[in-house]
Design a binder for this molecule. Structure first.
Ligand SMILES: *Cc1c(COP(=O)(O)O)cnc(C)c1O
Length: 407
């Protein structure tokens, strides 16, 4: 069987991949099994921010794999400490708890916030409430999808974990109304990724910080996708000059080769964990720690944050300059943009299929948004080439209104 047929025959149907079979990657380029080259404008939802097969990260991976990979956290290793220290220095926080996937680090943050609520704030047993935002994406565990507002993520997976309250994203007054005596944390993405690269009004995050301080509530930011340079700063919270009480990192932390995530927090928050209260067989293993530490060093030493800021400003300026009725809105920060496609012209999926045919890989989100989020190492002429292809695609669409405009 051909790869697509084989994968379709034996996989769960939980993805709907674009029709391309990838076999190789290097930097911002991917090649299919026929040897055709594509520019990656998706970077695996930011997991491949360093580009594919980064030589320094591969060197760290292979060197550490030959020394020691997975001894478990029943023992200390010579790799974990330096990695956690770097995470704390970068975030300005005190302690880090390593996990593997983003969802696990979100679960870790939820457990920390609840226990902090009971043991430090003094909330009555089983009353802790966490406020989240409408349109959130924090992963796929049963607890996390339980507070999603997206029916596709939830339907058929209940009953759900109680203790979450959903407020509109970007609405400070609604946040203030939702905070009560049992509120232990606000958990939000500084910019919503899966929702379609939704940028909140300036001052929203700083306003939440003030509310949290006034009501003794933890501010926990999910920067699994927005963190590590994606928005043109190390962490998106730096756009508002605030410091969260906890931050969740993942995706790019694994340097594009391994799943590595972490919850990083103030000491008072992290200290609610005691031996036995939380853990992960693979979390913090020396292979992951060595790769993640190198991934952080590469971001700094190759100036990837500055690249994201400069190339991102260029990308957004080009996208904003597109005059096409098919593009309703362009949003973003750094090398992270979402282009809202008018559904009366095409679905975002159709745009992505056209881009694929023309040598650019992207992925739609929520039916109407084309995301443009290349590896931060992308060369500026590759970026311009991909943006040329995007412009062509939307101009071609602008001439054919396919579906009758919905009322
Ligand atoms: C991708 C993502 C997650 C989940 O990460 P996984 O590694 O897929 O579990 C959580 N939060 C945000 C903001 C994400 O973008």
């Amino acid at each position: 069987m051909r790869p697509i047929d084989l994968e379709t025959r034996y996989s769960a149907r939980n993805y709907e991949p674009l029709p391309v079979v990838l076999a190789r990657g290097h930097g911002a380029h991917l090649w299919d099994t026929g040897g055709r080259r594509y520019v990656d404008m998706m970077s695996a939802y930011s997991a491949a921010s360093h580009g594919h097969a980064h030589p320094r990260i591969l060197a760290a991976l292979t060197a550490q794999a030959q020394r020691l990979a997975v001894p478990s956290r029943a023992y200390y290793t010579d790799r974990l400490g330096p990695f956690l220290a770097e995470l704390c220095t970068l975030t300005g926080l005190d302690a880090a708890l390593p996990m593997n996937t983003g969802a696990e680090a979100v679960e870790t943050a939820i457990k920390a916030a609840r226990r902090w609520g009971y043991r430090v704030k003094g909330v009555a047993r089983d009353r802790a409430e966490i406020i989240v935002a409408d349109g959130n994406f924090h992963g796929r565990t049963t607890t996390i999808v339980g507070f999603s507002s997206e029916p596709d993520y939830r339907d058929g997976f209940g009953p759900f974990t109680p203790g979450f309250r959903v407020v509109p994203f970007g609405d400070l007054a609604a946040m203030e109304r939702a905070i009560g005596p049992d509120t232990v944390a606000v958990l939000v993405e500084p910019i919503q990724g899966e929702a379609g690269i939704i940028v909140p009004p300036a001052g929203w995050l700083a306003g939440i910080r003030k509310l949290c301080d006034a009501h003794r509530v933890l501010l926990i930011l999910d920067e699994v996708q927005s963190g590590l340079g994606r928005t043109g700063v190390w962490f998106a919270f730096q756009h508002e000059n605030i410091r969260p009480d906890g931050i969740i990192l993942g995706k790019a932390l694994g340097g594009g080769v391994l799943p590595v995530s972490a919850f990083v927090a103030r000491r008072e928050v992290m200290d609610v964990f005691t031996p036995g209260s939380h853990g992960s067989t693979f979390g913090g293993n020396p292979l992951a720690a060595a790769v993640a530490l190198e991934a952080l060093h590469v971001i700094r030493e190759e100036g990837l944050v500055e690249r994201s800021r400069e190339l991102g400003a260029h990308m957004l300026a080009r996208l904003h300059a597109i005059r096409s009725p098919a593009v309703k809105e362009v949003r973003g920060k750094g090398l992270w943009a979402g282009a809202e496609i008018d559904p009366s012209y095409a679905t975002a999926r159709e745009v992505c299929e056209r881009l694929l045919v023309n040598g650019v890989l992207s992925k739609e989100t929520h039916g109407t948004v084309v995301r443009l989020a290349p590896p931060l190492v992308i060369a500026s002429d590759d970026l311009d080439w991909a943006l040329d292809r995007f412009e062509e695609a939307v101009h071609a669409l602008g001439h054919r209104r396919t579906h009758p405009k919905a009322a």
